[in-house]
Design a protein around this ligand. Structure first.
Ligand SMILES: [Zn+2]
Length: 741
């Protein structure tokens, strides 16, 4: 029995003030009190039973872009949100989506072997038996082709791997390459292969990476079985994402798309993903050099590079149709700052059933909306307009989110204060990436959500995890008030918001405990998720709580809770990295030329194969970093002044003038002319790498120019980045000036 003695206490004792709730950045003391009450109510609502039931419904059948069940899900989401009293609708686009008509992979010499190219159902997993609705195993936006040639193993198929082959005198010209998944985003592999003269590309999942080398395979364990295949897009996303046929403009129904032969993001050579079951006979047939130790995988063979007697034929033909795409959009109108939007999204399409990717994130988003609908009925009134999205066509290359941003760019540029993205969710540590002016904000949110396994805050758990990692991260996690958030490259729907429209963005998700090997396969389904992932949905609930609090704070603050100290600090670090990169390139070049001059240079000690004569290296000039140093100094000073002023400003009402200026700070980091050779990417601080894919390149114009040895371009880009940083510093100063009023 629970006893309460409060009725015995004299009134005077009861009047002792309860502990003042902790302040919240951007709110007055009184505003923070009300906000904390609403947040506590919000956090009590998300339920693991609801999450489980949404997942059961959404993952019941294959639900990729253009599929019947994908449309059923979109309509079900709208009906469900409407039944909660929310304003929900479908926004339709029309996009290029090729699906296979013919797939043939065979070895024609020295022995004959025909690849299976099929994922079989497994016992105890009903979802895996839905074979008529499953998309075949393929890479979207590979071109059609029928090629035959010798086979060459290229490790992960990144530029450094081709340098290693060249040192051994091995060329892939006229060959079909076979690359392992991993080491880069998959679309980089056929791109680099084609640049080196290959005529076809196979990508397989090596068991060392996500199969039996990691643990028991499905259905015994969570890892990739021998016939499991990773589907995925291979469009040249670092050039531009979205519908390949309509770069830069929204693919609203009826928009004229580029003809296929002018569509730049399709691959240059045919490419097909395969299982390690299908890869084994091909790799076993290779001769040539034994690969370097770091190239070896987990198959029971001696890995060799080829080429040799092994001749392979790859034949692919696709149905190049345009299909309708259904984004589900929900709007909760704001009150006294309705013209400012807080956006939040997760994609809803999978490659097949997609329980983990993406539905584990989508179900959290649904619970956030259900909890908001309860709060709205109880009188909660967000100041800003909240826009929720369930994107379609993410898997093909961020199609739904990109077409939305391209269609509504002007309005978004005027109104958006934040885009918050999630994708898949798992168990463990909160991953935080995003714009650095949101670093303090999301750290504060993470301090107020409880980790379901440890009972600590999700922030504390992440801090302890980072300390356990050791190295520089350990010292920072101990010494810095906030945990660093990572810079965003690509790989999910934040890209058009952040990198095309210059909207401050975050990407969140739990993970790090346990792994699996079902990514983009038929085995990513309800059965697998509830056996091996967030089995009791407590991390789905924690994600809904974390994101919901972030959205409520951003929507409710009188002064936008941006903070610029972390931004200036982080960007200063990027400038240091650029200097180090240039210095390292110079030292390497000088050393190489010295060895050549002295005749001591040997490409290799192996005398057997023909070697290329080493070329003299181009020694990098000195670049003038002074403009960047000055800009970072100006940014640091403006940040310090602003962060101090924001801490003492009166916040009992909306600070519209300051907010209007603050919104423009992230926008100022984007340039209307974009990055060299890829103008769709406008943000000058964050971009996916041209040769890494998802991997981020910070200050990409300068960094990639230094990496590629484009010295005049590096110089120009240093100037452009400096200009943008100065513009941001100026806006921050203007915003500070309004706070004094
Ligand atoms: Zn995803």
């Amino acid at each position: 029995m629970k006893t309460s003695l409060t009725w015995l206490l004299p009134a005077v004792l009861l009047a002792v003030p309860v502990q003042e709730p902790a302040p919240i950045r951007g709110f007055s003391a009184e505003g923070a009190r009300a906000q904390r009450t609403w947040e506590a109510r919000f956090q009590s609502i998300p339920s693991t039973d609801s999450l489980r039931s949404y997942l059961r419904t959404l993952a019941a059948r294959p639900q990729h872009l253009g599929s019947p069940y994908g449309k059923t899900n979109a309509e079900w989401l709208v009906r469900t949100f409407a039944s909660w009293g929310l304003d929900a609708r479908i926004e339709t686009f029309e996009v290029l989506f090729p699906t296979p008509k013919e797939r043939l992979l065979e070895m024609v010499a020295p022995t004959r072997f025909v690849a299976k190219l099929r994922e079989p159902p497994v016992p105890g997993d009903k979802s895996s038996t839905q074979t008529t609705e499953q998309l075949p195993t393929y890479n979207a936006y590979s071109i059609d082709g029928d090629v035959t040639g010798p086979l060459v193993f290229v490790n992960y198929g990144v530029p450094a791997d081709y340098e290693e082959l060249a040192r051994r005198g091995i060329s892939v010209k006229g060959a079909i390459v076979i690359a392992k998944y991993g080491g880069s985003w998959r679309g980089i592999k056929p791109k680099v292969a084609a640049e080196h003269g290959a005529i076809g590309c196979l990508i397989y999942s090596d068991p060392a990476d996500d199969g039996y080398g990691q643990g028991d395979v499905y259905p015994k364990g969570p890892y990739r079985p021998s016939d499991g295949v990773q589907r995925g897009s291979v469009a040249d996303m670092p050039l531009y994402p979205g519908d390949p046929g309509t770069p830069g403009v929204g693919a609203v129904p009826g928009t004229r798309a580029l003809p296929l032969d002018q569509t730049e993001t399709l691959t240059k050579i045919p490419v097909l993903p395969i299982s390690y079951g299908d890869a084994l006979p091909l790799l076993s047939a290779l001769d040539g050099d034994v690969v370097p130790p770091s190239w070896r995988g987990g198959l029971p063979i001696t890995y060799k590079t080829g080429p040799g007697a092994a001749q392979v034929r790859l034949k692919l033909a696709f149905d190049w149709k345009r299909v309708p795409l259904y984004n589900v959009m929900v709007t909760i109108p704001g009150t006294d700052a309705a013209g400012e939007w807080v956006l939040r999204g997760n994609h809803r399409d999978g490659w097949v059933n997609g329980a983990e990717d993406p539905l584990s994130g989508l179900i959290a988003e649904m619970e956030e909306l259900r909890a908001f609908s309860v709060l709205l009925k109880e009188g909660w009134k967000p100041r800003r307009t909240i826009v929720y999205a369930a994107w379609d066509g993410e898997e093909q290359g961020l199609l739904g989110s990109t077409e939305y941003v391209e269609t509504h760019r002007e309005e978004l540029v005027a109104k958006a204060v934040m885009y918050l993205n999630t994708d898949s969710n798992g168990r463990g540590f909160l991953g935080m990436g995003g714009s650095h002016l949101l670093e303090r904000f999301i750290n504060d949110v993470a301090r107020d959500v409880t980790d379901p396994e440890t009972g600590l805050s999700v922030w504390k758990r992440l801090q302890l995890g980072t300390i356990a990692e050791g190295g520089r991260a350990r010292a920072e996690a101990r010494g810095r008030p906030d945990l660093r958030i990572s810079a965003l490259g690509s790989g999910s729907d934040f890209t058009p918001f952040l990198q095309h429209a210059g909207i401050a963005s975050l990407n969140l998700g739990f993970g790090g405990e346990g792994g699996d090997g079902i990514y983009h396969s038929i085995y990513d389904n309800f059965e697998h998720f509830t056996r091996f992932n967030d089995t009791n949905f407590v991390y789905g609930r924690a994600l809904a709580q974390t994101v919901g609090i972030a959205v409520m704070r951003m929507a409710g603050a009188t002064l936008l809770p941006y903070q610029f100290g972390a931004m200036a600090d982080t960007y200063g670090g990027y400038v240091d990295e650029l200097k180090t990169l240039l210095g390292a390139r110079r030292d390497q070049a000088i050393e190489r030329n010295r060895q050549l001059d002295e005749g001591v240079f040997r490409a290799t000690n192996d005398p057997r194969s023909p070697r290329r004569a080493p070329e003299r290296a181009d020694v990098p000039p000195h670049l003038n970093f002074a403009p960047l140093d000055n800009a970072v100094t100006a940014l640091r000073a403006a940040a310090e002044r602003y962060d101090g002023a924001a801490g003492t400003a009166r916040l009992d009402q909306i600070r519209a003038e300051a907010n209007g200026l603050l919104i423009r700070v992230e926008r100022a980091l984007a340039s209307p002319t974009g990055l060299p050779r890829r103008p769709w990417y406008r943000h000058l601080i964050y971009a996916p790498g041209f040769y890494t894919g998802y991997g981020v390149k910070t200050m990409p114009g300068a960094r990639e120019a230094i990496e590629q040895g484009y010295w005049a371009e590096a110089d120009r880009e240093i100037g452009r980045i400096s200009e943008r940083l100065m513009a941001a510093a100026e806006l921050i100063d203007q915003a500070r000036a309004t706070l004094a009023r």
